[in-house]
Design a protein around this ligand. Structure first.
Ligand SMILES: NCc1[nH]cc(CCC(=O)O)c1CC(=O)O
Ligand SMILES: [Mg+2]
Length: 323
C-alpha cells in the first residue's frame, strides 16, 4: 500500500502534530446566572455543576474562573416574579439586579470582559422576548425597550451587548442608541441565527423565563432552515454587528460552517443549556464519559468554524486543561 493514513496516528506526538483544530481558553465565554440575595449559591437541578449566584458569591465564582484563565463571561439575571411586567420595565432600571452585578464584577475585575444579554424574557410577565399584544409579539415597539436595556447595561460597564431576542432591526436600533449616548466602543454580539429550540429548557428553568403562553416560533428561526441564516447574517452585518452568533451549536454545526464561509466577522456559537444537560445526564447514568464527551463536542463546534464558544463547560474545560 502506497497510502497508509494510520502512519499519522501511530503515536500521541504525531497525532498532536497533525491535529487540525485545537481549543484555547481564549475561545470561551462562560455564562453565569445571577439571583438576588446574599451568600446564595443555588444549584440548577437540570444543569449539574451550574449554580445561580447572589452578587457576593458570584464575585468568588468569577475570581476562581479568572485564576483558571477564563476572562470572558455572559451573565444572566433571574428576576423575581414580582418585578416582572408586560413591558419588562425592570430591564432598564439602572439600579436593578443586573446593572448592579455588572458594576460589581467590573469594579473587582476590570480586565474581565462581559457580554450581556439583551432580551425581555427574564423581565417579562409574559415570558416572551418582546411585548405581547393580542397574543402577538410586536416588533417595533419592542425595539424601544431593547435600546433602553442595552444602554443601561453599557452604562453599567458591559463591554459587549448580546441581543438574543430575534426582533427585526434590533442590532441597528441598539447601535444607534449606544452611539447617540457616547458608547461607540460597546460591541454588539448578535444572536444572528437563533433557532426555536427544545435545547433551551434547562436555561428557562434556571431563570424561570419560559413563555407563559405559546412558543417563540414567530421570532426564533425554524430548525429546518439554513439559507435564512444568511439573510439574518447580512442584515446584522449591515446594521453594525461586531460578531455573529449561531444558537444552539450542536444541532446547527452546518449553519456555523455556512456563516464562517460567508462572513468576515468573528462567528460565535452558543453550546446551550440542553446540550450541556444531555451530556451530564448521560454521564450521571454511566452511559458515557463526560470529560471525553465535553472535549469532543467543543472540538466539533470549533472545527465547524466557530471562533468563539459560549459554553457551560467553559470552567470545566479550563480545569481539564490545568491537569
Ligand atoms: N432570550 C433569552 C435567552 N438567552 C439565552 C437563552 C438560552 C440559553 C441556553 O439555553 O443555554 C435564552 C432562552 C430563550 O430564548 O428562550
Ligand atoms: Mg434578525
Amino acid at each position: 500500500m502506497n497510502r497508509r493514513p494510520r502512519r499519522n496516528r501511530q503515536s500521541e506526538v504525531i497525532r498532536n502534530m497533525v491535529q487540525e483544530t485545537s481549543l484555547s481558553l481564549n475561545d470561551f465565554i462562560y455564562p453565569l446566572f445571577i439571583i438576588e440575595g446574599q451568600n446564595q449559591r443555588i444549584d440548577v437541578a437540570s444543569m449539574p455543576g451550574i449554580a445561580r449566584f447572589s452578587t457576593d458569591t458570584l464575585l468568588d465564582e468569577v475570581h476562581s474562573c479568572v485564576e483558571l484563565g477564563l476572562k470572558t463571561f455572559a451573565p444572566f439575571p433571574s428576576i423575581p416574579e414580582s418585578l416582572k411586567d408586560k413591558y419588562a420595565t425592570e430591564s432598564h432600571n439602572p439600579d436593578g439586579l443586573f446593572p448592579r452585578a455588572i458594576r460589581e464584577i467590573k469594579k473587582n475585575f476590570p480586565e474581565v470582559v462581559l457580554m450581556t444579554d439583551v432580551a425581555m424574557d427574564p423581565y417579562s410577565s409574559d415570558g416572551h422576548d418582546g411585548i405581547v399584544e393580542n397574543d402577538e409579539v410586536i416588533n417595533d415597539e419592542t425595539l424601544e425597550v431593547l435600546g433602553k436595556m442595552a444602554l443601561v447595561q453599557a452604562q453599567a460597564g458591559a463591554d459587549i451587548v448580546g441581543p438574543s431576542d430575534m426582533m427585526d432591526g434590533r442590532v441597528g436600533h441598539i447601535r444607534r442608541v449606544l452611539d447617540e449616548n457616547g458608547f461607540t466602543k460597546t460591541g454588539i454580539m448578535a444572536y444572528t441565527a437563533k433557532y426555536a429550540s427544545a435545547f433551551y429548557g434547562p436555561f428557562r428553568d434556571a431563570l424561570d423565563s419560559a413563555p407563559k403562553k405559546g412558543d417563540k416560533k414567530t421570532y426564533q428561526m425554524n430548525p429546518a432552515n439554513s439559507r435564512e441564516a444568511l439573510i439574518e447574517a447580512e442584515l446584522d452585518t449591515a446594521e453594525g454587528a461586531d460578531f455573529l452568533m449561531v444558537k444552539p451549536a450542536l444541532a446547527y454545526l452546518d449553519v456555523i460552517k455556512m456563516l464562517r464561509e460567508n462572513s468576515h466577522l468573528p462567528i460565535a456559537a452558543y453550546n446551550v443549556s440542553g446540550e450541556y444537560a444531555m451530556i451530564k445526564a448521560a454521564a450521571q447514568n454511566g452511559w458515557l464519559d463526560a470529560e471525553k464527551g465535553m472535549v469532543e463536542v467543543l472540538l466539533s463546534i470549533k472545527r465547524a468554524g466557530a471562533d468563539i464558544i459560549l459554553s457551560y463547560f467553559a470552567k470545566e474545560f479550563a480545569q481539564y486543561l490545568k491537569k
